[in-house]
Write a new protein. Structure first.
Length: 294
């Protein structure tokens, strides 16, 4: 099982992992093709489970857009805040997240909300509607959207028992993540350094390989960590398109009607991934295949 309590499954995840192991063992005699297909299905299901908080937030945004009455006494944005708090409370009550992980998720709230307040003030995007639970033109449910990314990151570490070869020094990743975060603000006044930062990310993580497994008793799979970053950034971009289509926020280009979010935003989400990963590595320290901290 896990090498220690820092990566122990929650009770529900224990049952999911046991179910996956049981299915894999029963069908392992069905041929290599069938076994590979089953492992892929388990991988997808575990990824979906890691996204449960983000999926719940997207469902809330879409449901509020489609069915929440415009003349309700409680503003739509305030209802979304209360619903998001309810989801977070349920995840803690049912032990789907640990208290240690909650601190990282709360830090995502703070990091995201501060950036939201600044970005809306300079006109990068805007929120419609009104309500009481706002700060500086930003509804407080936005912090939960960033927290959804943090929730995914900490859960995927546990579910797939992530290990790494040649992971870069954490001090170097922390400096780079800080520079990325600063650039999100500074590029409004100074030359935009995102392409330089992107190049530094590639140089820093180029040799790093991520290892994962669908069950602790199964074999390891591996992939370049940069490919994992790119994949997560793409799915966040997809979620962003759903969010803007639901009217949760809009970009200046969408003022006259919704249109697909520019693919250039993928770079921004890729860089945001680095901030996310660095925050999570201070909860789950990167480990090698032998279990030793890197």
């Amino acid at each position: 099982m896990a090498e220690g309590s820092r990566r122990a499954f929650t009770p529900l995840e224990e049952r999911i992992d046991a179910w996956a192991h049981d299915r894999l063992e029963r069908l392992s005699s069905g041929g290599r093709m069938r076994t590979a297909l089953l492992e892929f299905v388990v991988f997808v299901l575990k990824q979906a489970w890691a996204c449960v908080f983000g999926a719940a937030m997207l469902a809330l945004l879409v449901a509020a857009r489609l069915w929440y009455p415009d003349d309700a006494a409680l503003a739509r944005s305030d209802a979304l805040v209360l619903a998001a708090i309810g989801i977070q409370a349920l995840m803690l009550a049912f032990r789907l997240e640990s208290g240690r992980e909650l601190w990282v998720i709360l830090l995502f709230h703070v990091v995201g909300t501060v950036m939201e307040i600044f970005k809306t003030a300079v006109g990068s995007w805007q929120y419609g509607g009104e309500g009481l639970l706002w700060i500086g033109g930003v509804p407080l449910y936005t912090g939960f959207m960033y927290a959804a990314v943090g929730s995914y990151m900490v859960r995927v570490f546990r579910l797939f028992d992530l290990r790494f070869d040649r992971y870069p020094p954490r001090w170097a990743t922390a400096i780079l993540a800080t520079a990325i975060y600063v650039n999100f603000f500074a590029h409004h006044y100074l030359p935009d350094a995102r392409w330089v930062l992107l190049a530094l990310v590639v140089l820093l993580y180029l040799r790093c390989t991520m290892h994962f497994r669908n069950h602790r008793a199964r074999g390891w799979r591996r992939m370049p960590i940069l490919a994992a970053f790119a994949g997560v950034a793409f799915f966040i971009w997809v979620a962003e398109n759903i969010g803007t289509a639901a009217g949760a926020w809009i970009y200046p280009s969408q003022t006259d009607g919704w249109e697909l979010v520019s693919a250039a935003k993928l770079v921004s989400w890729f860089l945001l991934m680095i901030i996310s990963v660095v925050l999570v590595t201070f909860v789950y320290r990167p480990r090698g295949r032998d279990g030793a901290a890197r």
